[in-house]
Design a protein around this ligand. Structure first.
Ligand code: SDX
Length: 424
């Protein structure tokens, strides 16, 4: 492809141009500062590619999302979450034998060191589960110290994938004051998580298939999403050669933010407020348009999707299917639909291409499955875990990887001399 040309201070510079496998075009400015003395400036990185990746492809205008080339619509209806974990981490759909071995490894590593239960004791029951999960993920590095041994990295990846769901369930049990329930190797990954969440010593949770399928769907839809905030954080931290536990723990923290994974909890709280306030959705649409209100419609808008979020489309339908199958009625679903209809027909949202995103309907389904609102973002993290891991692994194994170190434009004081305190 012909070079891109830049004219700066009447001098012309050329920079290479290349395209990815989906013909996305990039200008390689890795020599920009060395050649021109200037940097590119893009707070929020909306126009900057931090890496090349072969894991996930998103076309925000066409509403396309593919994991390793497979459309999300096919994976959502035909695959299991464990198959998607394998696909993201190893790059291909597992054969029956590979899948059996993968499940056996997940079962083998699903227990956590008994001493980790003591870590939970230090938290008040009211602790936000994301705070606990962040601490538990980084604490895994203390129990599995061979952090960067190439022979051990794949085992540590399996440990993280297997133990995160156990720690997530323990976090829930801690919040409700119930005893921890240990994993069972006769259950699938998703069924085992539900078992650990909802079984009690007096009786095992009778796990309805419809609940397992609904949760598998939610986890698949959250599994990866190219260079979103938390995944970019995992890559940022991992670029210093920090281990996978440290890098993913950083991703957990980034996900917690209400503009990112924390939005699913905010959506339900918003819908509950609207419900308590009489269900006047137009009032809240108007508030969202009023900059002085500082109110945003959580679950709406996306940096990349400017047409529709394919995940929201799938979840919008699944919400009806799951609630009907469970004979659950939830007034918040009607409010969500009314809110979406009102916003999608409003010029403010249409002009800004704001559509429901993955967080808009997910909480309605989590609620129907019996998962408390405080655990919603942990559920997002459980789904995103294979994505974080696969992106960390791709970055870690790439010989081109350099430590991430963005530049800045300084706008502070220019040079000045120190003044002793008795002269200020
Ligand atoms: C996720 O990146 C990913 O892939 C993320 C994710 C993943 O899978 O990893 O998809 C998961 O994080 C989904 C997003 C969850 N967050 C929310 O639902 C929070 C509400 N949404 C917004 O805060 C916002 O839309 C973002 C954060 C999602 C995107 O922010 P951008 O791209 O920085 O857009 P912006 O804030 O610059 O908004 C552009 C305009 C602004 O208005 P103007 O200044 O042009 O007048 O749109 C407005 C914003 O005020 N706007 C909204 C709005 N979102 C954007 N106005 C009202 N309600 C909203 N939700």
């Amino acid at each position: 492809m012909p070079n891109a040309k830049l004219i700066l201070n009447d001098k012309e510079y050329e920079f290479p141009v290349f395209a990815g496998s989906e013909n996305e075009v990039a200008i390689d400015i890795s020599k920009l500062r060395a050649q021109t003395g200037a940097i590119a400036y893009d707070p929020g990185y909306g126009n900057v590619g931090a890496c090349s990746s072969s894991i996930t492809y998103i076309d925000g205008d066409a509403g396309i999302l593919r994991y390793r080339g497979y459309p999300i619509e096919q994976l959502a209806t035909q695959a299991t979450f464990v198959e998607v974990c394998y696909l993201l981490i190893y790059g291909h759909l597992p054969t029956a034998d590979e899948l059996e071995k993968f499940n056996a490894r997940l079962n083998k590593h699903s227990l956590v060191h008994e001493d980790m239960k003591k870590l939970f004791e230090g938290y008040p029951p009211s602790a936000h589960p994301m705070a606990i999960m962040s601490a538990m993920v980084i604490s895994l590095s203390a129990y599995h110290p061979d952090l960067l041994d190439p022979e051990i990295i794949d085992t540590n990846i399996m440990r993280l994938l297997a133990k995160f769901k156990t720690l997530a369930a323990f976090t829930y049990k801690k919040s409700v004051g119930q005893p921890y329930v240990y994993p069972r190797s006769d259950l699938s990954y998703t069924a085992d998580f539900l078992h650990m969440m909802f079984s009690v010593p007096t009786h095992d949770y009778d796990i309805p298939d419809v609940v397992v399928k609904a949760l598998d769907l939610l986890l698949i839809l959250h599994a990866d999403h190219e260079q979103n905030c938390s995944t970019s954080t995992v890559r940022m931290v991992g670029s210093s050669q920090a281990n996978v536990f440290a890098s993913v723990a950083a991703g957990v923290n980034a996900l917690w933010g209400p503009l990112h994974g924390g939005a699913n909890q905010e959506v339900i709280m918003m819908l509950e407020d609207i419900h308590k306030d009489g269900g006047d959705v137009q009032k809240y649409v108007n508030m969202a348009k009023d900059k002085n209100s500082h109110f945003r419609l959580f679950g709406f808008g996306h940096r990349v999707y400017k047409n529709f979020d394919p995940r929201a489309k799938i979840l919008g339908k699944a919400a009806d299917d799951v609630l009907n199958a469970l004979h659950v009625t939830d007034p918040l679903l009607d409010i969500a639909r009314g809110l979406a209809d009102a916003a999608l027909s409003d010029p403010y949202f249409i002009e800004r291409k704001l559509y429901p995103n993955v967080d808009f309907y997910s909480g309605i389904i989590y609620r129907a499955l019996g998962i408390p609102t405080s655990m919603f973002t942990v559920m997002f993290g459980l789904g995103r875990l294979p994505g974080w891991i696969s992106q960390w692994k791709e970055m870690h194994n790439d010989p081109q990887t350099r430590i991430n170190r963005p530049r800045q434009i300084y706008t502070g004081e220019t040079a000045r001399d120190y003044v002793p305190v008795d002269q200020r």
